[in-house]
Design a protein around this ligand. Structure first.
Ligand code: ADE
Ligand code: ZN
Length: 321
């Protein structure tokens, strides 16, 4: 076997970091149904088959509409604990030893769920995973970019009561029409609190949004960044500054950002010196956890073992915690 062939156990056996995972996007259909029953929430689906059938997306917005509906079953501290511990168990099975996890506080506050409940459930699961799995995990609250900056700033004030429970802030939700510059004041405030900064940019949006994330928000990392390859100067800038990119192949395929993964930008960016990482985004909706995302890229881009080693190492190089 040549040095560049990837043995089937090799991927499984490497310790990995995951840096782009929305915890609400790890809500599996089975748990969705169980929590709906437990909390007397009426869903528009009767069974798993109807749920799976609904998970066919033509774009980001079609996914987000279903993703926000799914959260309606998350109500008690135990619900948040169960959700987090289920993800961390899957992560451990994929040999993840470090995970930085997004949560959408506005999506819970707007339903009347207190952040006491959210953080208490998550923290209990994260402490248990640290003990049982030796898995280090950290939270990064994201702000919903389809809402106003004022809403984000009010939420930021609420979040500051939980400052010790998270390491940074992010920006997610509907990208087109909601450019990073809309959240300049929010990111300025977060920087003053010594929080790490990250934003989804260049997923459906143009390279211009990635420039804004860098130059106006001052992000330390960029989520997705597929559009970067359309702008040579941007590619050079991202590489030169060592900005990590948290790419999510199966998400890109499901949301039609890159319908054919043979055209995925990961290898081109990595060959240009960009610190590309592989992540699962919303694995319950996009058909796979971290190792499946690596495998999809290996298969479609014909990655070498050296490429895989680099992708895995990059995630440890650009982690925040
Ligand atoms: N929220 C959850 N997943 C997301 C994604 N892929 N893009 C933007 N916002 C999200
Ligand atoms: Zn994401």
């Amino acid at each position: 076997m040549s040095d560049n062939t990837i043995d089937s156990n090799y991927l499984q056996n490497q310790a990995k970091a995951e840096l782009h995972l929305h915890i609400e996007g790890s809500l599996e259909p089975e748990m969705l149904l169980n929590l709906a029953r437990r909390n007397n929430v009426t869903l528009k689906y009767r069974d798993i088959n109807e749920i799976r059938a609904a998970y066919a997306f033509n774009n980001l917005q079609e996914f987000l509409d279903i993703y926000y509906q799914g959260m309606s079953v998350l109500i008690t501290e135990d619900d948040f604990y169960d959700l987090m511990f289920a993800y961390l168990t899957k992560a451990h099975q994929d040999k993840i030893t470090h995970s930085e996890i997004f949560v959408d506080p506005q999506a819970h506050l707007s339903r009347g769920i207190s952040l006491d409940v959210v953080f208490a459930g998550f923290k209990r699961a994260m402490e248990q995973a640290k003990q049982e799995y030796r898995l280090d995990s950290y939270l990064i609250p994201c702000f919903l970019r389809h809402l106003s900056e004022d809403d984000a700033l009010r939420t930021f004030d609420v979040l500051m009561d939980y400052r010790k429970d998270f390491i940074g802030i992010g920006l997610d939700s509907s990208e087109l029409g909601n450019p990073p510059r809309k959240f300049k004041n929010l990111f300025d405030r977060a920087r003053k609190e010594n929080l790490k900064l990250v934003a989804h940019a260049g997923e459906e949006g143009p390279a211009e949004y990635v420039w804004e994330a860098l130059d106006i928000l001052g992000v330390d990392r960029v989520d997705h960044g597929n559009a970067i390859t359309t702008d040579k100067e941007l590619m050079v800038r991202i590489a030169k500054d060592g900005i990590g990119l948290t790419m999510c192949p199966l998400s890109n395929q499901c949301l039609q950002v890159v319908p054919d993964l043979r055209n995925h930008q990961a290898l081109q960016l990595m060959n240009a010196g960009v610190k590309v990482t592989v992540n699962s985004d919303d694995p319950a909706y996009f058909g796979g956890y971290l190792n499946k995302n690596y495998q999809a890229l290996i298969d479609s881009l014909n990655l070498s073992k050296a490429d895989l080693d680099k992708l895995i190492r990059n995630a440890f190089d650009v982690k925040f915690a």
